[in-house]
Design a protein around this ligand. Structure first.
Ligand code: GDP
Ligand code: MG
Length: 202
């Protein structure tokens, strides 16, 4: 049976790793800088306008949001990073949740794929590079999604492709997909990647 995208719910907005769901569904997590377009991408993938909150005040909420897709898959919105105005306390909360997700998670073996978002206009920031390095060390497969590609002209797009493709922390087997939540670019390729790494039939 193919995935029914009319059956999507926010399972939990977890403020501590203890609240992470314990059930054995495969998980796909979305990681990226605050404001990179994570919530917009999740909405695009799920065909919803505002299931995941799209914020104009980035970095305000530090939670891990689990979306149950048709009882067969969890899409996980990780808290954004690179938010300059965070206090030490907020930064510690971010680390606790992120480390908790990748290591202390009872279901760490259910994490099948990380979708690492990078703003296509900006390219990898120092924080993105730290995350790419961290992801590489977890050994969990990841793909790179270059967001907001609707804002690039053809020359900028070619340049962004080269920068990402040639980046030392993005090896040649890592897919790089350009996306736009405005015009839907990348949606089917990202779903294909999710299907391939989770074994879930789309
Ligand atoms: N032009 C354009 N803007 C986008 C795109 N994706 C997100 N945005 C805008 O970027 C801002 C941050 O998006 P959001 O999804 O909340 O980012 P998050 O903090 O990573 O979850 C919002 O103003 C969005 O409308 C995109 O593909 N194209
Ligand atoms: Mg968000």
């Amino acid at each position: 049976m193919s995935l029914n995208l009319n059956r999507v719910t926010l399972r939990i907005s977890a403020g501590t790793p203890k609240q992470f769901p314990a059930d054995p569904l495969p998980q796909v997590a979305f990681s990226g800088r605050s404001n990179v377009g994570k919530s917009s991408l999740i909405n695009l993938l799920l065909g919803r306008k505002s299931l995941a909150r799209v914020s104009s005040a980035p970095g305000k909420t530090i939670t891990v949001n689990f979306y149950d897709v048709d009882g067969r898959l969890l899409l996980v919105d990780l808290p954004g990073y690179g938010f300059a105005k965070r206090t030490k306390e907020e930064q510690a909360r971010w680390s606790g949740l992120t480390d908790g997700y990748f290591t202390a998670n009872r279901n760490a073996d259910r994490v099948r794929l990380i979708v690492q978002l990078i703003d296509s206009r900006v390219g990898p920031t120092k924080d993105d590079e730290m995350m790419l390095d961290y992801l590489t060390r977890t050994g969990i497969p990841f793909l790179v999604v270059a967001t907001k590609c609707d804002k690039l002209n053809a020359a900028e797009r070619r340049n962004a492709e080269t920068v990402l493709r040639d980046h030392p922390l993005i090896s040649s087997e890592v897919p790089v997909i350009f996306s736009s939540s405005q015009n839907g670019a990348g949606r089917s390729e990202i779903w294909q990647g999710i299907g391939r790494f989770t074994g879930v039939r789309l």
